[in-house]
Design a protein around this ligand. Structure first.
Ligand SMILES: *[C@@H]1O[C@H](CO)[C@@H](O)[C@H](O)[C@H]1NC(C)=O
Ligand SMILES: *[C@@H]1O[C@H](CO)[C@@H](O)[C@H](O)[C@H]1NC(C)=O
Ligand SMILES: *[C@@H]1O[C@H](CO)[C@@H](O)[C@H](O)[C@H]1NC(C)=O
Length: 444
């Protein structure tokens, strides 16, 4: 599981050259606009992160843009040049003249105390709290006023929400010491993870934890500190785009009008995936940006794209041609023994399938083939088509049932119905809507 995922860029360019179908590309941390502050960049002493530098701090903002800090400069996202930090966080310059930050993190929780999504910066013995890139009133203040028991002159900090840590916490790093700060109780547990290098910055990205040291990083478990896999790795291969590190060139963010999906689904835990060509995109990760990965990275056996995907009872069903692959949803995705099986054996139908979806807590899979919708009861054996309906829409490529009803995608447009029942009875073609940047991480 989860190396951050820069080889996907290489794949992306390979696929782009021969797969006209591929329209989902990189967004999120990569898709920001570097032009706003260009005029404010100090052109002398502009560091280049492709030289192999050590970062002072790494933290995302509330929009999922990741900031990498070095001296009085920062990089906004995984791509692009250094800019002066004060162009983004103005007061960092006014209050100190050291020209660096020690540590930074984004507050993940505490909606009740109004600190959700604030970014905290640590400089010497002071803490700065920013929201919407403005310094909050009352800041900077002494670190211990906000974080009692946490030392000054920190090296690194990272958010750790409940579920990944035992409670909503922040991990602070200083030398060989790690301070686990419980946000609600303000209790600090100090520990040493001797096997982990001293982190000069730390970053949580797509539910994984990274300790940066030198130009390398090491992935660790936020509770045990355990390191699994071959580390350290060179950050330039993963968290930035550098020439000679295998992923030069520009990743293109697709226009919303060019989006086409092969399939889309959301599992019980809320993870939402959109599939196009050989890639998929997670759509529920707004806080870390939206990202594209090769399908075979997560579902190893699915090497040639998908026709339809649906989620049912902790499993994800992937249909390609006349085959069905069933995977356990929980990471890492594992193929259920005996699969793939033929569509006929599993669902009692012949392929190909254009789209498929199950509504939460229901047992009916709605299979779309051309303009027909076939309902199959997944709790009954043998599997038979219990009901068929002719739909007013042609060319459906993907479909999903969510809390707000059914969405059927045709190119970059979609049709929205309250429920499968309403869809089955509809005779009139309604006006389609356009997919939006919010839905698919595309640009207008
Ligand atoms: C964020 O700041 C911008 C510009 O400074 C302002 O226009 C916008 O209203 C602010 N948004 C919020 C949610 O405070
Ligand atoms: C880690 O930090 C400790 C305490 O500051 C220091 O003594 C030690 O030399 C550091 N280790 C490395 C490998 O830099
Ligand atoms: C980075 O990691 C490599 C091994 O992957 C190691 O040889 C090198 O010394 C490390 N460099 C730094 C600055 O940590």
């Amino acid at each position: 599981a989860g190396l951050p995922k820069w080889h996907l860029i290489i794949l992306l360019f390979m696929f782009r050259s021969f797969n006209v179908h591929l329209t989902l590309t990189l967004t999120g941390p990569l898709d920001h606009d570097h032009d706003h502050h260009e005029d404010q960049v100090h052109h002398n002493a502009n560091p280049d992160r492709c030289d192999g530098i050590e970062f002072d701090a790494i933290a995302p903002d509330e929009k999922g843009h990741t900031f990498f800090f070095k001296g009085d400069h920062l990089w906004n996202g995984f791509n692009g040049p250094a800019q002066v930090s004060s162009a983004f966080f103005r007061e960092l310059d006014d209050y100190h003249h050291l020209g660096h930050v020690d540590a930074a993190f984004r507050m993940h929780n505490s909606e009740e105390n109004g600190k959700h999504d604030h970014i905290y910066f640590f400089l010497d013995d002071k803490v700065f709290s920013y929201y919407n890139h403005s310094l909050e009133e009352g800041y900077p203040k002494d670190i211990q006023l906000d974080f009692p028991g946490v030392p000054s002159h920190l090296d690194a900090a990272v958010e750790c929400p409940k579920g990944e840590c035992n409670s909503d916490s922040v991990l602070f790093f200083k030398g060989e010491e790690v301070y686990n700060y419980d946000i609600a109780t303000q209790l600090v547990k100090e520990r040493q993870w001797a096997h982990l290098p001293n982190c000069t910055s730390a970053f949580r990205w797509l539910e994984q934890y990274y300790c940066f040291h030198g130009h390398n990083f090491t992935r660790f478990h936020p509770v045990s500190g355990e390191v699994n896999g071959v580390y350290p790795k060179d950050s330039r291969h993963y968290f930035m785009r550098c020439p000679n590190f295998g992923h030069g060139g520009e990743a293109k963010v697709p226009k919303c009008s060019e989006v086409t999906l092969d399939a889309i689904t959301s599992d019980d835990s809320g993870k939402t995936y959109a599939f196009t060509g050989h890639n998929y995109m997670r759509l529920d990760t707004h806080r870390d940006g939206k990202h594209t990965f090769p399908i075979a990275r997560t579902w190893k056996e699915v090497t040639n794209g998908v026709d339809a995907v649906f989620s049912y009872s902790d499993k994800i069903y992937i249909i390609k041609g006349d085959q069905v692959y069933i995977y356990k949803s929980a990471a890492p995705s594992t193929l259920i023994e005996g699969y793939p099986k033929s569509l006929n054996e599993e669902l009692g139908i012949e392929g190909p399938v254009n789209a498929a979806f199950v509504c939460k807590d229901h047992h009916i899979v709605h299979i779309i083939q051309g303009q027909m919708m076939k309902d199959i009861d997944l709790s009954a054996t043998p599997r038979v088509v219990a009901r068929e309906a002719s739909l007013p829409i042609s060319g459906i490529e993907a479909g999903m049932c969510g809390p707000d009803g059914v969405k059927l995608y045709v190119g970059s447009e979609y049709y929205h119905y309250e429920s499968p029942g309403v869809l089955a009875l509809s005779r009139m073609l309604q006006e389609p809507k356009n997919v939006t940047p919010d839905m698919m991480g595309c640009v207008e």
